[in-house]
Design a protein around this ligand. Sequence first.
Ligand SMILES: [Fe+2]
Length: 493
Amino acid sequence: MKDIVVIDDEIYICNIIIETLDCFDDCRVHQFTDPVEAATHISKNNVDLVLTDLVMGDYSGVEILETTLKNHPDAVVILMTGYPTVKTAISVLRKGGYDYLVKPFKLEDLKATIMRGLEHQRIKRENVELRSQVELMKIAEAMADGVQLKSLLNLIAKSAVRELPAKAASIVLFDPMSGEGRIKSIYGTAGGNDVEAFLHGESPQCRRTMTSLHPEFISEEMNDNDSPYHRTLVSFPLVSKRMLLGLLNVIYDNRFMEISTGQKRLVSLLASKAASAIEANNLHQDLQHSYLQTIASLANAIEARDHYTAGHTDRVYHYAEVLARQLNWSDARLNQLRNGCLLHDIGKIGIPDNVLNKPGFLTVEERKIMEQHPELGARILSDVPFLEPIIPYILTHHERYDGTGYPQGLKGEDIPMEGRLLAVADTFDAITSDRPYRQGRAPELAIEELVCHRGTQFDPHMVDLFVSANERGLVRVEHSEKMPAPAPLNATV
Ligand SMILES: [Fe+2]
């Protein structure tokens, strides 16, 4: 239904226009001879098209034009005048008027101008819908590109605010274990404690949505400093396979209208994108976790085969973590470190038993075979994209700072920091652990050894950090048979 306002201080002109409008279906016409009354109506009601005289006593049709566009930015305003000048015409069009009719005009011309105006409005509004489609495309592309879940949910909340347009939007995710919701993304602002509770998924409306798994729309009349408006709170469940994953909550304010069917459809589409993204992320994490568990089992198998290194990875992780914490590594990097330590000797799986478990010293040939384990390990993991960040640990933990290490003979800072850090932790454990042919040495002796090879075998900075940590009692030397649990890689939620 279109709301059309006709304003002319001459009643017979109003009547003629109204007769002309009879041929338009789905129209509600509001007629005014008093421009002040018309302006009040326009500022308080929905308006799609305005036909106004340009000169009405002291009142100018340009004021009607300004009031209309201020309250209804996509309304069509057509001005009529019996005293046309080029200057006035230009001024009216510059201020956003759609067209300019010179009295007396033919009714066919009036009809054609109104039809063109409404068509122009339809296209303009469709463009808005098209923009929404573009937003959805952007989200779909981001999903296909493997954008992290948090960024994707931010994009969805932002799209809801921009395209409805809404006051604010949030996405709340549910932990299936605890049943608790955690806000993951919020965009826009809307004051008030009740609104905050709604955005955080803690309002009665949100709880109803969570129970019913159906969207809830609540509209109410609001009044802000004598300026009434409609507020609609939309709580949309994010559901996959009848399981509640979270909520998309939207606050929509509009002076004249409640949320439209098209806007509800857009929220529904955004919610379905969010649900797909969360589900894909959960699957991805499950897959990563089970992959990591498999590899951890392999690492356990190596420890079981290599009699000399039982409990080695667990201890190495402790020493490496001591160093990493002094370097202020992020939680994500500490997770990678944990998995790097767990898997750093995974390549030993390809070393024959008679070499791996040979008592005593290895021959030159046997040593060459043994020294293949970093490259073998890197090759094993090279086809697993999510394990890529831990390959430096595996490949470079036997490089030496002076360039005489293996497999690549990298020197100094050319050795990735992961390798320089792990070399110190790995060697400290090797010295302090028992071997069949010797007992583990005291930590003080191992520290002496590290200091002795500071700058030759080891990065001097790493040695200094380790010595300092040891002096502060941060290095705990103990013998454990327990393997560290794999860290959840790429934990994005
Ligand atoms: Fe190794």
